[in-house]
Design a protein around this ligand. Structure first.
Ligand code: NDP
Length: 427
């Protein structure tokens, strides 16, 4: 067997991962070649954001705040296997992502495409007398304006990026100037905002108008990423399930009440990876929800179609995904460094592809559960765990309490959990 094949086979050993102890999981990650020594130490010691850094990066600091980090293994994306770090306080999210990723990995995994990787910022001008004249004057001076933008942030030009072009649109009484910038590995908010501040006076001067504001747009339509997959219907439980998933995706396109929840489920996965990698999840959420309304109506973001001729369910998710591999607080938080290392230090585009794939997997798991068993079955077990913890159950007692309440088929509420805990303690 050649070395590459051996490596691949070694990486695929996730047997019993979810049932292991924390330390064993870390060892399994290491054995599967997803950890280096430094990251292993960070994880073993549960190293978090140091207080002195927390005090520097936000204001009025009094403490740091923790969330659980887990791993969703079995993500096969463009032929490469990933163990995806996810940070979330919501039960069942990581299990659902792992479950869907495993099914999809049996069907050649996710295929992705990054359509572009640029950011857009805008300046809104008002008090304009002649819009056509103002527009023509801006276009006539485009090169000069781009030059000034680049002079305002020269280091991004040195890195091979920089301001690229202007677009102009009249929106009621505003003339809006959109600036497109190649921000390389950064998310680009500070880069764009600095450039926009730099060109504002010149735009005002050329057009004899007033600038209301200059700011990055989180509607990152020049950073779109698409993830797709094709799943054999038998792996989903048969054609009838695949057809229902197809229907559920159509339903989410037409009912806003469902669309909001459908997309919330997608962001359960997306946010978890965005947070783990130290990215700005508010920006990613804003971009995603704006994109969901791109057709003039808020819609479900995924599209699932069942192809009866080949018995395959095809899934697609396209989203603006302007995540970064540098900048912001990335590199300051040891947990973020660990997450990047587990992902084998992806570039910004590779990370965006991983995140959109996780969103697609998360959605598949959620709607498959909804159209078959319903999601409460899995959720109630986790709810029982949470209630057991709230009732004071210790590590060794939690599983016992949960198993007992499920075996006895009692209603899962705090009273029943407390009674069972007492019974166990009195044995
Ligand atoms: P930074 O201001 O941190 O800028 C990027 C940094 O990364 C620069 O210091 C740059 O170095 C460095 N860098 C190293 N390598 C590269 C590379 N290959 N490509 C690009 N940069 C590189 O971050 P951003 O401008 O990306 O802004 C993101 C931050 O802004 C986030 O914290 C976000 O929360 C926040 N923000 C978001 C807003 C929004 O979303 N609307 C608004 C305002 C702020 P060098 O200095 O040498 O160029």
């Amino acid at each position: 067997m050649d070395k590459n094949k051996k490596e691949q086979e070694k990486k695929k050993n996730w047997l019993g991962f979810q049932k292991k102890e924390r330390i064993e999981r870390i060892e399994m990650l290491e054995n599967n070649d997803f950890l280096d020594k430094n990251t292993k130490k960070i994880l073993l010691e549960n190293e978090n954001l140091p207080l002195e850094i927390a005090n520097q990066i936000t204001e009025n600091n009094i403490a740091t705040f923790s969330l659980p980090m887990g791993i969703a293994p079995n993500f096969l994306i463009d032929g490469k296997e990933y163990a995806v770090p996810m940070v979330t306080e919501e039960p069942s999210v990581i299990a659902a992502a792992s479950y869907a990723a495993k099914i999809i990995s049996k069907c050649k995994g996710f295929k992705t495409i990054a359509l572009d990787r640029k950011m857009i910022g805008e300046i809104a001008l008002y008090d304009i007398i002649d819009f056509e004249k103002a527009k023509n004057l801006i276009l006539k001076n485009e090169n000069k304006i781009l030059e000034i933008a680049n002079e305002a942030y020269p280091s991004i030009v040195k890195r091979g990026g920089g301001a690229i072009c202007l677009e102009i649109k009249k929106l009621e009484n505003f003339l809006v100037v959109y600036l497109t910038v190649d921000v390389k590995e950064a998310m680009g908010a500070n880069i764009l905002n600095t450039m926009l501040e730099g060109i504002k006076p010149l735009l005002e001067e050329i057009t004899n108008s007033t600038a209301l504001m200059g700011i990055l747009s989180n509607y990152a339509t020049k950073s779109l990423v698409t993830a797709t997959c094709e799943i054999d219907s038998k792996l989903l439980g048969g054609n009838h399930v695949a057809k229902k998933i197809d229907l559920a995706s159509k339903f989410a396109k037409i009912d806003t009440y469902r669309a909001a929840t459908h997309n919330k489920g997608i962001f359960n996965g997306i946010d978890a990876v965005v947070i783990a990698t130290g990215n700005d999840w508010r920006g990613i959420e804003a971009a995603g929800h704006a994109f969901a309304a791109k057709n003039g109506k808020y819609e479900g973001l995924t599209t699932w179609t069942f192809d009866e001729k080949i018995n395959k369910l095809k899934g697609e998710l396209t989203l603006p995904m302007p995540v970064a591999s540098v900048g912001g607080s990335i590199g300051l938080n040891p947990s973020v460094t660990a997450a990047f290392d587990i992902l084998k230090n992806p570039s910004a585009i590779e990370l965006a592809k991983i995140i959109v794939s996780v969103g697609l997997a998360q959605n598949l798991a959620a709607i498959k559960a909804l159209v078959t068993t319903g999601i409460q079955k899995g959720h109630m077990k986790l709810q029982a765990r949470t209630l057991a913890l709230f009732s004071g159950a210790k590590d060794g007692e939690v599983d016992l309490v949960v198993n007992t309440i499920l075996e006895k088929k009692l209603i899962i509420n705090s009273e029943n959990i407390k009674n069972i805990l007492e019974e166990i303690r009195n044995i």
